[in-house]
Write a protein that binds this ligand. Structure first.
Ligand code: G3H
Ligand code: 13P
Ligand code: ZN
Length: 284
C-alpha cells in the first residue's frame, strides 16, 4: 500500500490505547528488518530518518527504500523525519515524499519554537503531512540530570498546553526523564508530569530515547497517553552485536551478506519484541 501519515496511525492508537513503534532507518538492512517485523506482527509502523541518516544514505535512497517497503507491504507504514532542526531540511523531506516530519525547536526559546513550528504547519496542512514538535530538552545519557535541574529541562505541563494551543501541532515529544543512547543506570520517568501534560494537552504524546527503558515504565507511559515510541539504540545494539559475533566466529568471512544477513535477523527480532510491548501487534 502507499505510505500513510503518522497522524492517521496515532489517532487509531489513541482510540485503541496502544503505541506505534517509530524505528530509525539508517540503511537497507534496517528498513527490511522494520518491514519484516511489522509484517510478522501485523502491526502499523513508522520508519524514521534523522538528519544524520539522510546525510549517510542520501535523501532519495531513504525515500526510495521506504516507499519500496510500503508498496510491497500489507501493513500501514509512515515515513517520518526524526529531529528536523532545519526548516529547509523539513521542506526537502516533504518534497521527497515523507508523510510526516518532526520539527525540533527544543533548543530555541519557546516563542521561536512556536514561530517555526507554525511555519512548518502552514506548509504541511494543505498537503496532509503530519507534524511532531518537541518541548523540553530530552538530551543524551551523557547529560546527568540533577533533581534541581529537572524543572529547567523537563517539559512544563502549562507550557505544553500553551505551545499546543498556539501552534495546533499534531503530536508532541516530551522530556520526562528519558535520554538518547545507552543508559548508564535505570531511567526513572516522571509519570506525574506525564499525567499532567496529558490532562492539559489532548494530542498524542511521543516518547524519545526509549531504548533501555524498563518494560513496566513503557507500559505505564502508554497507559498515560504515549502513542509514538522512538527506538534507535536497541536496533544498533542488535545489528552491530550480531555483526561482531559473526566476524569473531568466522574471521576469514569476506561476504558482507553472511555478516549482514544474521545481523538483519537480530534487528528484526528486537523490533518485533518492541512492537509486542507497545501493544500494536495485530493493529495493522
Ligand atoms: O534521536 C536520535 C536518534 O537516535 C538519531 O541519531 O542523529 O545519530 O542518526 P542520529
Ligand atoms: P534511542 O536511541 O535512545 O532509542 O532514542 C531514539 C530516538 O529518540 C530517536 O528520535
Ligand atoms: Zn529522539
Amino acid at each position: 500500500m502507499a505510505l500513510v501519515t503518522v497522524n492517521e496511525l496515532l489517532l487509531k492508537a489513541e482510540e485503541g490505547g496502544y503505541a506505534v513503534g517509530a524505528f530509525n532507518a539508517n540503511n537497507m538492512e534496517i528498513v527490511q528488518a522494520i518491514l519484516e517485523a511489522a509484517e510478522r506482527e501485523n502491526a502499523p509502523v513508522i520508519m524514521q530518518a534523522s538528519q544524520g541518516a539522510i546525510a549517510y544514505a542520501g535523501l532519495d535512497f531513504i525515500t526510495g527504500m521506504v516507499r519500496m517497503a510500503a508498496s510491497s507491504s500489507t501493513v500501514p507504514i509512515a515515513l517520518h523525519l526524526d529531529h528536523g532542526t532545519d526548516f529547509d531540511q523539513v521542506v526537502r523531506c516533504i518534497r521527497s515524499g515523507f508523510t510526516s516530519v518532526m520539527y525540533d525547536g527544543s533548543q530555541l526559546s519557546l516563542e521561536e519554537n512556536i514561530a517555526i513550528t507554525r511555519k512548518v504547519l502552514d506548509i504541511t496542512r494543505p498537503i496532509g503531512v503530519s507534524v511532531e514538535a518537541e518541548l523540553g530538552k530530552i538530551g543524551g545519557t551523557e547529560d546527568d540530570v540533577h533533581v534541581s535541574e529537572k524543572d529547567a529541562m523537563y517539559t512544563d505541563p502549562e507550557e505544553a498546553r500553551y505551545f499546543v494551543e498556539q501552534t495546533g501541532v499534531e503530536s508532541l515529544a516530551v522530556a520526562i526523564g528519558t535520554a538518547h543512547g545507552q543508559y548508564k543506570g535505570e531511567p526513572k520517568l516522571d509519570f506525574e508530569r506525564l499525567a499532567k501534560i496529558k490532562a492539559l494537552v489532548k494530542i498524542p504524546i511521543v516518547l524519545h530515547g526509549s531504548s533501555g527503558v524498563p518494560e513496566a515504565s513503557i507500559r505505564r507511559a502508554i497507559e498515560l497517553g504515549v502513542r509514538k515510541i522512538n527506538i534507535d539504540t536497541n536496533i544498533r545494539e542488535a545489528l552491530v552485536g550480531e555483526m561482531r559475533r559473526v566476524m569473531k566466529e568466522k574471521t576469514d568471512e569476506i561476504d558482507p551478506r553472511k555478516i549482514l544477513g544474521p545481523a538483519r535477523e537480530a534487528a528484526t527480532n528486537i523490533i518485533a519484541e518492541k512492537i509486542r510491548l507497545f501493544g500494536s501487534s495485530g493493529k495493522a
